[in-house]
Design a protein around this ligand. Structure first.
Ligand SMILES: NC(=O)c1ccc[n+]([C@@H]2O[C@H](COP(=O)([O-])OP(=O)(O)OC[C@H]3O[C@@H](n4cnc5c(N)ncnc54)[C@H](OP(=O)(O)O)[C@@H]3O)[C@@H](O)[C@H]2O)c1
Length: 264
């Protein structure tokens, strides 16, 4: 049976913004993705269009598209803002082919709809996603940045099977995941280190801090997957090793509580 890690690779690994280290070179990106696929990290998230283009190139170069499960969100290139990270746009019929071309693939494994409060607009996006599933261009559909009220608004027969939201020891609101699990959905936690910035704020031994934060979230019983971005190949192994060590001990829990108290 193929290995399937609880970890997923975040798309911010491929861009310059939203991290600590400089942008990974193409060679480093290939090494990161190879290490992930070799070790059973198969889910790879892409939020911004720049991440889709980068991942498409890497998977094509490696010849390993079929081993990855690609997640993709509705953040698109906008004229005059090609170098910026722009906000999400509700899905329109033209979007799927743009995304597939950027990713150099024929299907997206989990298409993510960024949630919002406009129920009519969301219904149209859900219908569109359903049609793309029938066309074979999308395999599954997720709802991102979700709150419980968004789940309550979902229409009967919706295709949502995954929910995604930032969730970590500093932002432990788990209600949406508990609600999603009751509805039979998979729970995907984003941002265990809050873009890595929390690691710097806590200070001290960064490897140890990263391990404690990651083990905290990965051990939460309702969490099916944790998406972490990594701009260095070595983080792949250290993060996998951390998750394998399992839940925190009482001593580690109390150390984590001290960090939370200090920074709140
Ligand atoms: N946060 C959100 O609101 C949001 C929204 C939509 C999607 N997502 C998805 O969630 C993914 C992860 O979230 P995120 O990027 O916000 O934050 P994150 O995964 O919490 O933090 C990532 C940063 O942590 C550092 N890091 C990773 N492993 C480390 C280790 N073992 N030791 C030390 N530093 C380590 C990396 O720094 P270096 O730069 O030094 O490698 C990386 O930039 C995103 O890539 C994206 O796919 C997040």
């Amino acid at each position: 049976m193929d290995k399937d890690s609880k970890l997923g690779l975040g798309g911010h690994s491929f861009i310059e913004q939203l991290g600590n280290d400089p942008q990974a070179s193409f060679e480093e990106q290939c090494a990161i993705v190879s290490a992930c696929l070799d070790e059973g990290i198969r889910v790879i998230d892409t939020t911004y269009y720049q991440e889709r283009i980068a991942l498409g190139k890497v998977l094509r170069y490696l010849g390993r598209r079929n081993e990855a499960r690609i997640m993709a969100w509705n953040f698109f290139k906008q004229p005059g803002k090609e170098k910026e990270l722009v906000g999400y746009t509700p899905y329109e019929p033209c979007h799927i082919d743009i995304m597939l071309e950027e990713l150099q693939t024929e299907h997206i494994d989990i298409l993510v709809i960024h949630s919002h409060g406009d129920a009519d607009k969301l219904c149209k996006e859900l219908e569109l996603a359903g049609r793309w599933m029938l066309d074979g261009k999308v395999k599954k559909v997720g709802l991102g940045m979700v709150q419980s009220e968004h789940l309550r608004q979902l229409p009967v027969g919706h295709p949502i099977t995954h929910v995604l939201a930032p969730y970590n020891a500093f932002n432990p609101g788990s209600k949406v995941f508990v609600d999603a699990k009751k509805m039979g959905m998979s729970a995907i936690a984003l941002s265990p280190f809050i873009r890595g910035w929390k690691l710097d704020e806590i200070g001290g031994d960064k490897d140890l801090v990263a391990e404690v934060l990651l083990r905290w979230v990965a051990a939460q019983p309702m969490i099916d997957r944790v998406i972490v971005s990594m701009r260095k190949k070595e983080w792949v192994h250290s993060n996998l090793n951390a998750v394998e060590r399992g839940p925190l001990t009482e001593l580690e829990q109390s150390r984590l509580q001290e960090w939370i108290k200090r920074l709140s």
